[in-house]
Ligand binder design. Sequence first.
Ligand code: ADE
Length: 233
Amino acid sequence: MRIDILTLFPDMIRPIVGQSILHRAQVDGHVDIHVHDYREYSTDKHRSVDDYPYGGGAGMVLRVEPVVRALRDLDDERQALRILMTPQGIPYSQERARTLAKNERIIILCGHYEGYDERIRDYFDVEISIGDYILTGGEIAAMVVVDSLVRLIPGVLNNEDSAKEDSFSAGLLEYPQYTRPRVFEGRAVPEVLLSGDHGKIEAWRKEQALMRTKKRRPDLYEDYLKRKDNKSR
Ligand code: ADE
């Protein structure tokens, strides 16, 4: 997969894609991540990328020309899936990450300032929001998307971690985990985990995952029950 990220703040992004699993995924050839400063696509003498809004009002608006020039340079034949980061987009989810991870090429535009010139939207395939809150720009949101989809590319994670992904795919929260010591400040590891009985451990974990999901995320729990119900019909 190739990912191009258009931003006015490449230094916000480079350290993140240069560490840990995102870094290793690039070294191992699973993904090719390019970060572009789209100010470089502005042709006026101040290299401006924003301007005052027509009709007046507070704040600046991102201009359409530098963005479209960047898109034509990187993806003249429109082969990439073009993603616009905005709080007005569709809510991001694990399911959306799974869909995005199937693309060969992705371009992500990170906005800044008060907003985009509305015409920018015509040049994008999908608008994504990572949640109902306003960030100072799209960079952190874009990193959330990149991180969550790169880990889904086959071969990026080892098998153990991939199995974890399967358990979230079931639509439940993770069961509680413990490691040494057996007792810490009076808090003991549940006996069943020390029993060596894999059947019992499995059953306990499933039950814990169900209880935890029901309590913390009743919305996910309802969806899970509905899906299960449909399957058994
Ligand atoms: N840009 C600013 N806030 C955002 C959000 N919540 N999601 C995606 N992009 C954004």
